[in-house]
Design a protein around this ligand. Structure first.
Ligand code: AMP
Ligand code: MG
Length: 362
């Protein structure tokens, strides 16, 4: 079995191994949040609230429109969504579906149906590179868990036949949605899209309650609602994948900013680096020269699915995704292994790079 050589990139060299356990990841997410606070994304009159949800730090800052009731409503909705999509909790809806759904259909909640339906469309649109049935592979590699490992040939032989989104059958009846698997042992993993859905649900509450400005960060999955009180756009840092600080800063309002990157979660074994985004065709982490993909899009669920999909399919796939009615208008910023920063035309004027760096047009 040959490990994926492309993972051994020098861009990981400065990334510390402390990324690998949960507590330090939480610390990292909190640092990102703090970086926002200090970099002016959050204004002085701050009353942000933070909780540990979706296995990460989630923060909400409602600025002058805040109230305890509103914070409680938002965090209760986030917890509700976590209880649907958390693969690590045996009592979550996704765990129950994975456990019980084989040949027989199982009724699912509206949230589950909405995300699953969109996710399946992205599976189709990406030509199967984005595949929500990577569940058994994700568990096998356990990249984000305590003892990650390179699976054996026997492991792959057992698990690979279970991977394939066409094994998921969703009922057409939206009033009583059900899901069924064509094979026993199929397992869903909606980790590439669920936080995007959650950010959209918070955004819905903000609009309903007529909140004028807010910043939401669900483990680095950002939503900037409205503008700053000064009338300026929010500044959002794109993390430097090679070390400390930001590689670029972008300015946005009423938009979601979502990043996928191989540097975010990975482990090292015998000099090889294995990231958490898996190629369903090989069972191995995806081979790519792209280190990070950031999507800017008003629909956070689409942004989340797109950042993972483009990471898997390559920058040349942007044109294909842009033409799909499934994807609202979006912009993209990408960083490759040499540190070159690419951007789509529409975001150029709102993107600031460090001195001496130039944007390469995609
Ligand atoms: P993201 O951070 O949004 O790019 O999503 C990464 C997560 O999506 C991983 O931690 C896995 O849970 C899941 N995942 C890994 N590979 C794939 C894939 N090929 N298609 C869909 N989801 C994936
Ligand atoms: Mg994603």
């Amino acid at each position: 079995m040959k490990a994926n050589k492309s993972c051994r990139k020098n861009y990981f060299d400065n990334s510390s191994r402390y990324l690998q356990n949960l507590r330090t990841r939480a610390f990292l997410a909190f640092s990102i949040f703090l970086a926002f606070a200090l970099s002016g994304c959050f204004q002085k009159k701050t009353s942000a609230q933070t909780q540990f949800i979706f296995n990460t730090i989630c923060s909400v800052n409602l600025y002058e429109d805040s109230s305890e009731e509103l914070y409680a409503e938002i965090f209760s909705r986030l917890r509700e969504i976590e209880n649907v999509f958390n693969n690590y909790s045996p009592s979550s809806e996704i765990s129950r579906v994975n456990e019980n759904t084989a040949e027989r259909a199982m009724e699912v909640s509206k949230d589950f149906f909405t995300v699953l339906k969109t996710a399946l469309s992205f599976c189709e649109l990406s030509g199967g590179a984005f595949d929500i049935t990577v569940g058994p592979l994700v568990k096998l590699w356990n990249v984000t868990g305590e003892n990650p490992r390179v699976p054996s040939e026997e492991d792959f032989a057992r698990v690979m036949p279970l991977v394939g989104y066409k094994n998921v059958i969703l009922s057409e009846d939206e009033s009583a949605p059900t899901v069924r698997f064509a094979k026993k042992g199929v397992q869903l993993d909606l980790g590439a899209i669920a936080k995007g859905f959650a950010a959209d649900e918070v955004e819905k509450i903000l609009r309903e309650k007529k909140v004028r400005r807010a910043v939401i960060s669900l483990g680095g999955n950002i939503y900037v609602h409205g503008k700053k009180s000064s009338g300026e756009k929010w500044s959002v840092g794109i993390r430097n994948p090679f070390g400390e600080g930001n590689a670029a800063t972008l300015f946005a309002q009423d938009n979601s900013v979502v990043t996928s990157g191989g540097y975010e979660r990975f482990f090292e074994k015998d000099g090889e680096l294995y990231s958490h985004i898996l190629n369903p065709a090989t069972g191995f982490p995806v081979r790519t020269d792209i280190v990070s993909i950031t999507i800017i899009c008003p629909n956070s669920m689409a942004a989340d699915a797109l950042s993972t999909s483009i990471f898997l399919c390559g920058l040349e796939s942007i044109a294909r995704f842009s033409q799909s009615p499934l994807c609202p208008k979006f912009e993209c910023v990408a960083i490759d292994k040499d540190g070159t920063i690419y951007a789509t035309r529409g975001i150029e004027k709102n993107l600031v790079l460090p001195k001496g760096k130039e944007i390469k047009r995609m």
